[in-house]
Structures are given as C-alpha cells and as structure tokens.
Design a protein around this ligand. Structure first.
Ligand code: AGP
Length: 609
C-alpha cells in the first residue's frame, strides 16, 4: 500500500504541490519518496529512502521545475526500502517515468523477457517493468501514441495496480490507470490531479472523479479522458463533490483508523494471496527441514503463532512451539541451538522482546525466519528469509488487518508444507486453497451483514465488569485475540482460555449475567463446545457466540450470537471468526466513550523490553 500522486497545473510549479500532497498520503507508506517533473521536454527526478520530511531536508523536494509531475510515497513490498527501489522508476533512456501502487504478480517473467531484449534493470521492484514495457512497445511501434503504448503495456500486467506515467516524448500529459488499487482524480480551476486517495488533493479541490477497475485516464491541462483498458472505448464520468474534511478523508470517512482497517481486511487479505511463490517455497523448505520450530512473537502476533501451530500440525504433521517472545530467553535461551529454527512474527518488525529473542537464538546459530508487515524493519535485517504480510501501514494501535494477514500467510505456508510432506490428500489441499481464495469475500460478507448486530451486542454488554473468551482447538487462538482486543481498547478485564480448562478453575468466577464469548467452529470440537456452553449457562452465564450460519444448536443455547458464512475449514477459521471479535471490542470501546485508536498506556510498536 503506497501513495501515488500526479498533477498538471495551469499556473505554478508542480513539485511543491506534489510534495505536500504526498505528505497527506504518508499514512499509506513512509519508507521512501520520490518526485519526477517535466520542463521543456526534460525530466527531473528526486528520490530517496526515508520519511518525506527527512528526504526533503536533504533534497528539497520543492525545488524542481515544471508544472507537470508525478510522485510516490512507498510501503515496500518488493525490494527493501532503499533509494534504488524507491519510485519513480525509469526506462533505459530515462524518457519514460512511472510510479505505482499495488503488486505486479507476473513481474519476474516480464523482467526476464525484457532483459533478454537488452533492457537493463537497476532495482528489485516489480514496478520497474512498467516503464521498460512501455519503452519496448514504443520501440516496436514508433508511431503509436504514448497513451496507447501505456494501454498495451498494461494489458500485459497481472495483479493490482494504480499507476501514473509521464514521458519526455509527450511532455504535456500524464497517463494513469487502475486495476484494484485505488485511484481518483481531482479537478480544480488551476489544475488536474490523480491520486491514490482523496486526502491528497482535498486542500486544492473537493471535486473528485472516481476511477473504476480496468480504466485508463489521459490527463492534460485541458482536462481528462477516461478509456477502458480492454478496448479503448471512452467512458464519460463527471466530477462529484466530496463533503469531507482532510482528517475525515485520511480515515476515508470512518470515525477511527481501527474501524477503517477492519473494513480494509478484504483488500489486505487479497494482497496476501499475491505473495511471491519463491519466498513461500523458500520459507516452507526451511520449515520442512527443521528439527525443531519455535513460533516467537508478542501480543496479537503471538496469537497468530498459536493458530499457526494448529495449522502446521494438522496439515503438515509438523509440531511447532508457540512462545511468548518476552519469555523465550528464559524458557529456551539455553537449549536453542544450530538445529533450531525460529519463525518470528511481528507486525512492526521492531518489537524489542521479539528482536531480543531472535538475537539470542541467532547467537546460538539457530535459523531465523520471519513474517512482518514492515519490509526493511530490524527483524527483516536479521532474518535468513522473511515474508511481508502486505497489509500496508496499520495506524490503529490495536492490530486488526495485520492479524488476519499474518494468519493468511501462515496458512499458505502450512499448505506448502502439506504439499511437500504429502500428509493430506491433494483434494483436501485443493479445497483449502479454494476456501483461502474465498476468504476476502467471506470477510466482506461478515462485516457488511453482522456489524449492526455486533453494535447491539456491544451496547448490551458494554458495562460488564469482566468477560470470558473461550474456544476449542484452533479457536482458542481466536478467543485469545478477542480477549486482547477488548482489554486493550475497552479496558474491561477479560480472561481467555481453552474451553476445556474452564472446569479446572475459571468457572468458579461465573455467576448470574457473567458474559462468556464462545468461538464455535463446526468441526470435531463442536460437541464438546456445546457441553462447555451448558456448563456456563448452568451457572447463570450470558452466552455470546460466534457461530457458523445455520448452527441452530449453538444459536439456541446463546443469548446473543454473530454468524459467519458456513463451510470454512477449521484451520482457516481464525481469519473470519476474529472479525466479529474485532468489531465487538471496537463498539464496546465506543459505548464506553474511549478512543479506540489511541488506547491508554499502549503504543503501536513496543520497542522497549
Ligand atoms: C495488538 O493489538 C497490540 N498492538 C500488541 O499486542 C502487538 O500485537 C504486540 O505489541 C506485538 O507487536 P508486533 O506484531 O509489531 O511485534
């Protein structure tokens, strides 16, 4: 998730406008920045790794000539956050310049094809294939208009993209296009803009033109022309007026980043399904060969590890040990060795306890593998192999979209391992892969059909003094995550444990009206969960269940319930089943008049041990 921006001004210098607009897109990515402008047919580029303010201090991003230009603020997915990988990227002659947000899935093949044709690539990014592809098409069709060459090039791209391209051969226009990644135009009296998001140009105009998937736009000083990428047919669309403040716009009209990020999960889950095979294969090969595997993390990431231990065991018969990073050194510091493999999971890649645990293991020659959402973070720099979870920046302190993205990547790793080890049938693997592909749409359905219901449940229980969160099997991890969310943003003491443990002590707490949340997937644990619900009800507990659609047995036993679509395999269930619990915590926090984005006593990344 990066931010792209382009502008053509009737009067004035584009660079300062691009600079300030990228600042308003910085929540989309902030590990490198770059701007390209055109003046008298000559292209000027300034770019470097680092936050916009840091780079501006060194390069002065406002000091570039020309009233036309494009810019980019990056969230690394392919290639570390280094100057060489920062956008804009150019063709061999520096005449065609592109910025891009999204993931080009077939970039390796395209890059190889173009290298065989003599093109020289300088970065590790997927984006760099775009200007070289356009260059090759224009070389083979010198009479082809720039915009048509861009159109032909785009037809070769697979994956998600919002891109903007300029060329010194036709220096009066910007060509931009969209497939899945967001793109919107801004129309003002003094200029025309294209951007990943409305906040970028809201200070200049509230007249916006929404761009749909599969559309290409040619911007000139006199206006814009929208065409279908597939057949070039013209699309007529007028601007609409946006009634948002700049702050509202950054949150896309949502009141808080947390609820915005909960709603982003269908998109972020889709991104996780576009990971490069190479890294999934590499990481699963290391796990396959491992003698012992520790899954090391903190907080929400630890809950992803807990769920993964069920996935690895059930699908690949690989036993793994989920360990709280803050306890790793004490618990395993002496025994971890060259035969140990650590799979560390961290949204930020900077959590001190996780870094300390990994460093301890590394010093004892263990193999370090990791999952993180921040390419270029400390964890990526000390890992043998790492995979980015592609969720984009997460502003809300309470992790939501990064949790479900971690789970999706871990499930894909478990499936790769299952294939390698042949422990489950190909049919089962095919079914699971099919279900994994359906998860973005399933999460979309849950949010759109159950949010209002969760709001009502939150209103009903917001003044509860304590909560239990219970699950069996892999849903134990989901219950732990539900508990953490409620505690960290609604400040209600909450206890989670495997439902089977309740009669070994915790049930003594239960009395009339005591809210107990059950996470109930329809698998071998179903019957025993019904027994646990009966135990709690017998002591006056109020039962709130997250159940599969049509699970009449548990619905009949519940005081309140939220439904998720049926047919989700148990090993994938934490992804959709966590969403109602994220919503519950959010709405209870609102009912208690707290700000879910800035929970007291907490920070987004805990960099102190
Ligand atoms: C989760 O909502 C919290 N923000 C916190 O528990 C977090 O998961 C934990 O600090 C680990 O952070 P990391 O994933 O960045 O390492």
């Amino acid at each position: 998730m990066c931010g792209i921006f382009g502008c053509i001004l009737k009067d004035g210098i584009a660079a300062p406008v691009i600079h300030s607009s990228l600042k308003r897109l910085e929540y989309r990515g902030y590990d490198s920045v770059g701007i390209a402008t055109i003046e008298n047919g000559k292209i000027f580029i300034k770019k470097d790794q680092g936050k916009i303010d840091e780079v501006h201090k060194i390069l002065n991003l406002d000091d570039m000539p020309g009233s036309l230009g494009i810019g980019h603020t990056r969230w690394a997915t392919h290639g570390a956050p280094l100057k060489i990988n920062s956008h804009p990227h150019v063709d061999c002659k520096g005449e065609i310049v592109a910025v891009h947000n999204g993931i080009i899935e077939n970039f390796s093949e395209l890059k190889l094809e173009l290298q065989n044709l003599g093109h020289v690539f300088i970065s590790k990014t997927d984006t760099e294939v775009i200007p070289h592809l356009i260059e090759e098409i224009m070389k083979n069709n010198p009479k082809l208009a720039f915009a048509n060459a861009v159109q032909e090039a785009i037809k070769r791209l697979e994956g998600s993209f919002a891109l903007a391209v300029i060329s010194s051969r036709e220096p009066d226009k910007i060509v931009c296009a969209r497939n899945e990644s967001p793109l919107v135009l801004g129309i003002s009296d003094n200029g025309i803009f294209c951007a990943s998001d409305i906040p970028a140009f809201l200070a200049m105009t509230n007249k916006a033109v929404m761009i749909n998937n599969g559309e290409l736009i040619v911007l000139t000083q006199s206006g814009y022309q929208i065409k279908k990428i597939s057949d070039g047919s013209i699309v007529d669309r007028s601007p609409e007026t946006i009634e948002w403040t700049a702050e509202m716009a950054v949150k896309k009209g949502y009141p808080h980043f947390m609820i915005k990020e909960i709603h982003e999960q269908p998109e972020t889950l889709r991104n996780t399904l576009r990971l490069q095979d190479h890294y999934l294969d590499l990481l699963s090969t290391f796990l396959d060969r491992a003698t012992e595997v520790f899954l090391v993390a903190c907080g929400t990431s630890y809950h992803a590890c807990l769920a993964a231990s069920y996935m690895f065991s059930k699908l690949a018969f690989l036993p793994t040990y989920p360990v709280y990073a803050s306890e790793f050194i004490e618990q395993h510091g002496k025994s971890v060795n060259i035969d140990s493999t650590i799979l560390a999971v961290s949204q930020s890649g900077e959590t001190a306890d996780t870094i300390a645990a990994v460093t301890c293991a590394q010093q004892r020659a263990a193999t370090i593998l990791s999952l993180t959402n921040v390419i270029g973070s400390t964890l990526t720099r000390i890992s043998r192999v790492y995979i980015g979870t592609q969720a984009g920046p997460e502003i809300g302190v309470a992790a939501t979209k990064t949790f479900t993205s971690q789970l999706s990547v871990l499930a894909q790793l478990a499936l790769r391992l299952a294939k390698k080890r042949g422990k489950v049938s190909q049919d089962e693997i095919d079914t699971l892969e099919l279900q994994l592909d359906k998860l973005p749409a399933i999460v979309d359905t849950i949010v759109s059909t159950q949010e209002e219901k969760v709001k009502e449940i939150a209103k009903k229980y917001a003044n509860s003094k304590v909560f239990f969160f219970l699950g069996r099997g892999i849903s134990t991890a989901t219950a732990f995550e539900g508990r953490l969310k409620l505690m960290e943003i609604a400040y209600i003491p909450s206890i989670a444990f495997p439902a089977g443990e309740s009669k070994h002590g915790p049930i003594s707490l239960v009395e009339n009206g005591f809210p107990v949340v059950f996470v109930c997937q329809k698998d071998d644990t179903h019957k025993t969960v019904i027994g646990n619900i009966m135990e709690m009800k017998a002591r006056g507990a109020r039962i709130i269940s997250v159940v599969e659609e049509g699970d009449e047995d548990i619905k009949a036993l519940s005081d309140d319930y939220v439904e998720v679509p049926k047919g989700i395999p148990g090993v994938l269930s934490p992804i959709p089943f966590a969403v109602p619990l994220q919503l519950l915590a959010y709405y209870v926090s609102l009912e208690r008049k707290y700000n879910p984005d800035m929970p007291r006593n907490l920070a987004k990344s805990v960099t102190v041990k």
